[in-house]
Design a protein around this ligand. Structure first.
Ligand code: MG
Length: 162
């Protein structure tokens, strides 16, 4: 049995804020603003897992008004989604994602992000795709006002090889 999930996340960018993506701190003059660590990629992937399980969205599990999650490491959110997924007998088949960010170029960081996701999703790295696109200088991404990430994930039940 398979379930597909889709997740999306947007954060505002501001000068001199940290930019954390896929669990990595990335050198940048602009960073994402959020209640947690504003890891847009992890939020989109976490949202996709909740979506595949029809368990609401990331905000319904981790409210952005709850002091508990202030500056939280978003790997904690992903870990909870993975825990619920496993509790329901599912595992990840593959994930594909897109980060929309004007600057900096993310290519040098992509494989490390894939590694982080693979480890946390308990799958091989060749089952994890992370792509990066600019906003071509138009829209909020292109004007460096925002970062956006989207992810689709496929979950399977009883598809483990062991
Ligand atoms: Mg978010």
């Amino acid at each position: 049995m398979f379930r597909i999930g889709f997740g999306s996340d947007t954060h505002r960018l501001e000068a001199d804020k940290p930019l954390i993506l896929g669990g990595l701190r990335i050198e940048s003059d602009f960073g994402a603003v959020g209640h947690s660590d504003a890891d847009t990629l992890l939020h989109a992937v976490t949202d996709a897992i909740f979506g595949a399980l029809a368990l609401g969205d990331i905000g319904s599990h981790f409210s952005d008004t709850d002091e508990k999650w202030k500056n939280a490491d978003s790997l904690v959110f992903l870990a909870e989604a993975v825990r619920l997924m496993k509790e329901k007998g599912f595992s990840v088949v593959n994930v594909d994602s897109i980060i929309n960010l004007e600057k900096p170029k993310l290519r040098p960081h992509i494989d490390k992000m894939r590694e982080n996701l693979a480890r946390n999703l308990e799958i091989e790295i060749d089952c994890v795709s992370v792509k990066a696109k600019t906003g071509e200088k138009v829209d909020a991404v292109g004007r460096r006002e925002a970062i956006k990430a989207e992810a689709v994930i496929l979950l399977g039940k009883n598809n483990r090889k062991n």
